[in-house]
Design a protein around this ligand. Structure first.
Ligand code: NAD
Length: 253
């Protein structure tokens, strides 16, 4: 018996390798979940699902732009049609537009918040409705960042979105606690994935400053966040809701 045996789990933003979404989907499947993986990169996410199936896991994939409400409705129609229930959602898809506030365009601000915050509302709202209908509780895992907890220079829009994810998760956790639908936010620090590689190219100075200050002295790996997500997806975390889970090597301690 795996730690997620019998559970149906949706992971968004699961195409990128190395990425937190693909690592989470793979880890969930290893622990017996049926994993539904989505991403705006439809081919990439099909490849991840095929790799999981080739290793004996249960996975299927769908192209999905998390800023599109029509796409969200299609994803939930797929879940309801094929499985009739959802036990876990990991709202993971995200982008990082890191720039000094004076250099920001209004369109960039809106885009940052669409992808990183509005998407979390779309997914959480639909998950709550389905989980309530089924009546067996569930776990909603919203991926924020340490930038949603502390000030990080050059991160104003990203921090606003990620701070919003944290507050939103706490408010929904209170609304859903009696339904045994748990809602938590996960706050990774510096984890070596594609998003970091792009940020590193755009802002080498900020990146060096932050990386020099990691107390453990090295970047985290996607599996470090995947294992936190696994704990929150499983019944081992059954008494945890409305809480922030930081995975950062001591960065914001
Ligand atoms: P990544 O860039 O490797 O992966 C992000 C995935 O999201 C990609 O597969 C991308 O195609 C997908 N995506 C982007 N826009 C999308 C859209 N509109 N619709 C659907 N999918 C979309 O990044 P990652 O490091 O794996 O980040 C995953 C999450 O973790 C993000 O929310 C990010 O903000 C957060 N995070 C990452 C770090 C880190 O150090 N890597 C730190 C803190 C928070």
């Amino acid at each position: 018996m795996g730690r997620l045996s019998g559970k149906i789990a949706l992971v968004t933003g699961g195409a990128s390798v190395p990425g937190l979404g693909s690592a989470t989907a793979i880890r969930f499947a290893e622990e017996g979940a049926t994993v539904l993986i989505t991403d705006i990169d439809g081919e990439g996410v099909e490849r991840i699902a095929a790799d999981i199936r080739a290793k004996g896991g249960n996975a299927s994939a769908m192209r999905h732009d998390v800023t599109s409400t029509a796409d969200w409705d299609a994803v939930f129609a797929w879940i309801a049609g094929d499985h009739g229930r959802l036990d876990v959602i990991v709202n993971n898809a995200g982008i990082a537009i890191l720039r000094a506030i004076a250099d920001f365009t209004d369109a960039e601000w809106i885009r940052q918040n669409d992808v990183n915050l509005n998407s979390v509302y779309y997914g959480t709202q639909r998950a709550v409705k389905l989980m309530r209908e089924v009546g067996q509780g569930g776990s909603i895992i919203n991926i924020s960042s340490v930038a949603g907890l502390i000030g990080v220079q050059g991160c104003a829009a990203y921090a606003a979105a990620k701070g919003g994810v944290r507050s939103f998760s706490k408010a929904v956790a209170l609304e859903c606690a009696r339904d045994r639908i748990r809602v938590n936010s996960v706050h990774p620090g510096m984890i070596m994935t594609n998003i970091q590689k792009v940020a590193m190219d755009d802002n080498p100075e900020i990146f060096e400053q932050i990386s020099a200050s990691i107390p453990m002295g090295y970047f985290g790996e996607p599996i470090d966040v995947a294992n936190m997500n696994l704990f929150l997806a499983s019944d081992e975390s059954r008494y945890c809701t409305g809480t922030e889970f930081v995975v950062d090597g001591g960065l914001i301690t």
